[in-house]
Ligand binder design. Structure first.
Ligand code: FES
Length: 337
């Protein structure tokens, strides 16, 4: 047992328990999302006592100097004193400026921040609702727009995503924190051969990365794989087909689970998991392809897939520093690299 203090209340943590888990177990209302150190929704502020190991790992210099710590990433030290954050110090307000249903289960939401938030597709942002419920979502638009774009899939047991999909209206105010993460397009990738795999609404961030690559005059090939369960879930099929026609270096493939080979309407639609389809078409392992380009892989999918995806790609031969993985939204969000 270790005793520590949170907002002047005594907390007992059992061996091996993180600060976040101890607070949740003892009924404190604390925000959290990924429990992996990625989303930063679980920040609390250090007041006194020995700073636990890894408490500030991955935080910006500014957050570190303001004594924030990630409650999910560390175990308490004896007599540690912590306090909850002041929301106004960490969050910016914004409002929903547009809602557009892209399919029966996906809605595009634009949020206009009250002050500029520099962002890129491939980062994520934390949204906080009027009642304090906080979730992380992957950003889907490029840095040249003042609004933040998100693709939200309706999830029946997803408190926040269901609310955004069904109930939140244009004009609704939200608090925003971030963005975080670095799985974005960079100018130094210009000559690389890009392989982008987006499952479900994971398409949004990878589509945003492709648009940014084209905006920056990308020279290498771009292969985009969108994985869905049913053909009706291919919510950007037309836009991506047009993008491919407009740019000779872009190839797009839809990967559908529930479709019989005989019913495929286009050679651009493949059956099966986007990861497997992509790996069947690309030889990873060589730093440079036969056409002279180095490969770089972007993955955006459910957290469980994103956790195992980089390991699988590594086994296929992709160097870890050339794999960028981002999990999209809902309650849990994790990121590597
Ligand atoms: S960083 Fe702690 S819950 Fe995500």
């Amino acid at each position: 047992m270790t005793q520590f203090y949170f907002d002047e209340q005594t907390i007992q943590s059992v061996e091996g328990e993180t600060i976040l888990d101890a607070l949740i177990r003892q009924g404190h209302s604390v925000s959290y999302s990924c429990k992996k150190g990625a989303c930063k929704t679980c920040l609390v502020q250090h007041i006194d006592g020995v700073l636990p190991d890894d408490a500030q790992k991955g935080l910006t210099t500014e957050l570190k100097s303001d004594a924030y710590i990630c409650a999910c990433q560390c175990q308490p030290t004896p007599e540690l004193k912590l306090k909850s954050i002041l929301v106004q110090n960490l969050f910016t307000t914004g409002h929903i400026s547009m809602k557009q249903y892209l399919s029966e289960s996906v809605v595009k939401i634009l949020i206009e921040p009250s002050e500029e938030i520099p962002h890129s597709a491939g980062q994520h942002i934390n949204l906080r609702r009027f009642d304090g419920l906080t979730r992380s979502y992957a950003i889907t638009n490029d840095p040249h727009s003042p609004v933040i774009e998100l693709h939200i899939r309706r999830k029946y047991n997803g408190q926040f995503s269901d609310w955004l999909f069904n109930h939140a209206s244009v004009g609704e105010t939200l608090l925003m924190q971030g963005p975080w993460g670095d799985s974005c397009y960079k100018a130094e990738y210009k000559n690389d051969s890009l392989i982008l795999i987006g499952a479900g609404t994971g398409l949004g961030p990878v589509y945003g990365i492709v648009k940014e690559a084209l905006f920056q005059g990308h020279k290498g090939r771009i292969y985009l794989y969108h994985g869905v369960k049913n053909i009706a879930d291919l919510y950007y099929h037309n836009a991506l087909s047009h993008l491919m026609l407009a740019h000779k270096n872009v190839a797009y493939f839809a990967c559908v689970d529930n479709v019989h080979e005989g019913k495929l309407r286009s050679k651009r639609i493949k059956t099966g998991d986007p990861f497997d389809v992509a790996m069947s078409r690309h030889q990873l392992g060589n730093q440079t392809t036969s056409s002279g380009y180095s490969q770089r892989v972007f993955l955006c999918a459910e957290p469980s897939f994103v956790t195992k995806g980089p390991q699988q790609l590594y086994v296929y031969g992709a160097p870890l520093e050339r794999i960028h993985a981002l999990a999209y939204g809902y309650k849990y969000l994790s990121m590597t690299r």
